[in-house]
Design a binder for this molecule. Structure first.
Ligand SMILES: *[C@@H]1O[C@H](CO)[C@@H](O)[C@H](O)[C@H]1NC(C)=O
Ligand SMILES: *[C@@H]1O[C@H](CO)[C@@H](O)[C@H](O)[C@H]1NC(C)=O
Length: 170
């Protein structure tokens, strides 16, 4: 799949729930058109309410081919996944799976060990091996609040490693 240059927006149903489906569709198309022009990018918006769903797209996904964005185009989510990760963590905290003040290492190391067992090329099995003892002591609360106050070895290396991990987990 080609990487699309653009934004995928998810609007809260609460914002749009009051509009009838046809009005919602028009409103979405208007927003997509306006924001696509403002940021010079393609935009895809979808909303689902109790009344039904509506979607709209605007902008160009391939300038060379002059290809217009379609609501069915797929976009990589990139760092937008953070908010879903955070929400999932909070659900697991509410369910008692772990606490916000737990350190990340025991939780993440379990996953890293399983991954290493499946992939002989993965030569690490712990957060400490990857980023040092300091990183291993980070708590979920600090991580989610971006308040670790710890010096990560190298942010770009960490980001790269995380994205490689993400790629391997899918
Ligand atoms: C929008 O972006 C494309 C691709 O980078 C570029 O070719 C084009 O000139 C830009 N248009 C405007 C109005 O900035
Ligand atoms: C693990 O492999 C990477 C390259 O993929 C290398 O940079 C790193 O030094 C290796 N670490 C160990 C502990 O062997």
């Amino acid at each position: 799949m080609a990487m699309l240059r653009g934004l995928a927006w998810v609007l809260l149903p609460a914002v749009c729930g009051a509009l009838a489906p046809q009005a919602l569709q028009s409103a979405l198309a208007e927003v997509a058109k306006k924001k696509s022009a403002e940021y010079n990018c393609s935009i895809s918006i979808a909303v689902r309410t109790s009344e039904g769903s509506a979607q709209a797209a605007a902008g160009i996904t391939n300038f060379e081919a002059g290809q217009k964005a379609l609501a069915t185009d797929l976009y990589p989510w990139g760092s937008v996944t953070k908010m879903f990760t955070a929400a999932s963590i909070m659900k697991l905290v509410a369910a008692g799976a772990f606490r916000l003040d737990d350190e990340i290492a025991p939780l993440v190391d379990t996953v890293l060990k399983k991954m290493a067992a499946k992939d002989p090329k993965q030569n690490f099995t712990s957060v400490e091996e990857l980023w040092g003892a300091n990183a291993a002591k980070t708590t979920l609360r600090e991580l989610l609040g971006m308040t670790t106050g710890k010096q990560w070895e190298s942010f770009m290396n960490a980001a790269q490693a995380f994205s490689e991990l993400g790629g391997r987990m899918t």
